[in-house]
Every structure is written in C-alpha cells, then in structure tokens.
Design a protein around this ligand. Sequence first.
Ligand SMILES: C[C@H](N)C(=O)N[C@@H](CCCCN)C(=O)O
Length: 464
Amino acid sequence: MSQTTSLREQKTVRWTAMALVSMGMLCGYYVADVASPLKPLLEGQLGWTSTEYGFYTGAYGWFNVFLGMLVVGGIVLDRLGARLTGFLAIAFMFLGTAAQWWALATTSLAGSQWLGVKAQVLMAALGYALFGVGIEWFGITATKIIVRWFKGHEMALAMGLQVAVGRLGTAVALGSGAAIAVALSVAGPFMVGTLALAFGLVAFLFFASLDRRLDASERGSESANPEDQFRLSDIGGILSDRGFWLLTGLCALFYSAVFPFLKYAPDLMVQKFGIEERLSGIIPSLLPFGTILLTPFFGNLYDRKGKGATIMLLGALFITGSHLLLAVPFLKFWPVAVVAVLLLGVGFSLVPSAMWPSVPKIVEERRLGTAYALIFFIQNLVALMGVPYLIGWVLDRFCLRGKETVTQEIAGKLEEIVRVHYDYTLPMLLFVLFGLLAVGFALAMKAEDRRRGYGLELPAGNVK
Ligand SMILES: C[C@H](N)C(=O)N[C@@H](CCCCN)C(=O)O
C-alpha cells in the first residue's frame, strides 16, 4: 500500500482538477449551441433553408452514430486513459469549430454543391460532426475523471456542478451569439468558439499534469482498475435489461424535447413572440441559467432523500407543460415565453440530476462505461441527429408562411436580407408529443423500479 496521501484527499486540489476539466465543458457547450441564435441570419444572409439548418444541426451525431465513434471513444478512454482521450476530444472540438468558422466566413464555397448539398452547408455540417465526436468523448471522459477524483467524496455534487458549468456555456451562446454575429459577421461566434477551445485545451493540459501527480501520489496507473475496462461482451448483458431500455428511452425522448428545442428556440422567439433577431437568444438563455443552480440542488436532494424515479417523472411533466404553453397559437406575448422557458428549466434540471446518477443503480459497476456509451449512442441517434433534422424539414414542408426582403445593419453596414416567416405550432406540438412519451417511459420506469427493486426511490446510502 502507498505511504503517501493521495492527492485526491486534498479538497482544494480535487476541486481545482474539476474546475480545469470543466473549462472544456464550458467552451464545448458554448459551441454546441451557438448556431441556435444564428438561424434567422443563416437564412437571411446566407440563403439557408430550415431543412439545411436542420441537416447541419443534426450532423452533430453523424460520426458518433454512423462511424460508431461513441463506442470507439469508450474503448479509447478505457485503453488509453482519460488524459489522452480528453486531449483528443478537445482537439476534435477545436478542429471541428475552426472548420465551421471557415465554412461560414469564406466566399470560396459560394454557389458550389457537394453531393447535391450546398458546399457551405456540407462543410459546416462536417465541422459540426467532428465537433460532436469531440464533445461526446469529452462528456464520457469528464464523467470518468470526476469518478476517479471524487470517489468517496462529493461525487454527485461534482457531477451536477460539471453539468452546470456546461449549461453556463449554453447560456452564453444563446445570449450573445446573435449580438456577436451582428457586430462581426455570422462566422464571428465560431471564431470566438475556436479561441475559447484553445483556452480549454490549455486548461486541460494543466489538469493532465495534476492528474499525473495524482498517479504519482498513488503509485498506480490512471486506468489500473480492471472493473472499468470496456468489453464488447458486456453489450449483450446490458441490452437484455428492461430497466436499461426504459431509462434509455426516457433519455432519448426527454433530450429530444430539450436539445433540438434549444436549436430552434431563438427563431421561435422571433417568429411567434416578435422578439428582435439580435435579442432572440435572451429568453432561451434563461433555460440553462436556471439549471445552473437547480441541477446540483436536485442532485443533492436525490442523494439525501431518494425519489429518483419520481423526480424524473416530475421533470417529464414540467417539459410537457412548458411545450404545451408555447404551442398554443394565440399566446404570443413574451412573458408567456419567459414562464414557459422557466418551467422547461425546472424540467431540464430535474431529469438529468436524477437520470445520470440512476444508471449505476440499474447497471452493475463493471459495465458502466459501456452503458453510458450505449445511452449516449441512442441519444445521439434520436435527439441530437434525427429530431433536429425532422423539425427543420417540418418547418419547410408545412409551416412556411412567406418571405420578405428587409434592410438590416450588419457589422456597421446596411444590407438587404431575406426574412422567412414560419408558424411554429406544429413543431411545438411535436415537442409536446416527445414530452408525453417521456412521461410514459418515466411511469414505466417507476413501475419497473417497484418490480425489480433498483432502489431509484432510495437515498444514495440505502441502495442494495
Ligand atoms: C450531450 C451529452 N451526450 C449529454 O447527454 N449530456 C448531458 C450530461 C451528461 C452527464 C453524464 N454524467 C447533459 O444533460 O448535458
């Protein structure tokens, strides 16, 4: 046994490690959502359609799903360790964001088509797909890092805070994206994202040196625990568990009602509530801001009091109610949007705070890495790839109300842009449907928990 005290026993050091890793989450979540407030500008200035916007935002999951990059990420993480995987993840995010910046800034792609798609749209989509690999790898890596550094300490709080820091990135993206685009250019927010990720990479290198010191203090290797190893044979065992499928279904449907909504929320504010494009991200940015405090709060509540299945059910009900409010055609006053977004924020805090810590209650510890990778895989397929595309297609196919040419000041110059008008009732009803299906899965999860005794309703210490 080691004579030296492990570095993780020092509170300041482990929280410093968590803060350094969270910088990657902050910058990554910023880029993940920064295109949302740009939708009207992409249409007005660059002539994109809603279907092209949906194609681009759905590209997030292309490589994760079709090239199996999430599974590859799990294997790389378990075989090569968190330091190298984290570095690769941020490097992918950096390159993917730089590609998006270039695609929107260059004039060299104008008028060209690749594989029947506008070259600019495809280039931005490929950049976003590479970015999607990076951020998903980083999500799994950061979770494993937290487990390593906080085992036996404030682990749930650390996980909740890490998600909260990511949400701060989303809030900044939604709140400032359009203003940066109007001040600089539509590519401007991606330039900011590229620079931010360079900073995230430096912060991660500092973390890596701390992590190496943790190794030294424990005289062991970071991937020494054979329990953590990713095994392909584990997949069958996990997939045959009904509880796993109920949780995965809830995850895919819940995130289908939230992440794609965020991609269209600023446009909804412009189209339905008459908010100025420049300010269109302000109300949606209340959503992640609310979750910054509430996610760790509910996580802590779950640790102490239990009621995880009930918390997930409540969260699903909150998001359904919120979308219903936004779907009612005659409720067009901005305070309604504020109330709905705040309700959504409560739901967006309740479900993740109980869902992610519930996975270890359903899946045995040695299969956890595989289980998270599989859940993320299905979430990418449905919520991050399929639904964003579906909503864009529905908007173009069924919701177009007209177009007009208007003059707008962009980067100090007056320019003529096309403004496209949509009726968002149908897309919002689709989000209501995802919410209702999530409620169904949450109820089934609660029943399965009673039947199988997973302990989802029990506090952290009382689980068998
Ligand atoms: C997008 C990503 N796949 C995801 O689901 N992120 C979650 C947080 C996951 C934390 C797992 N320990 C989110 O709610 O942002």
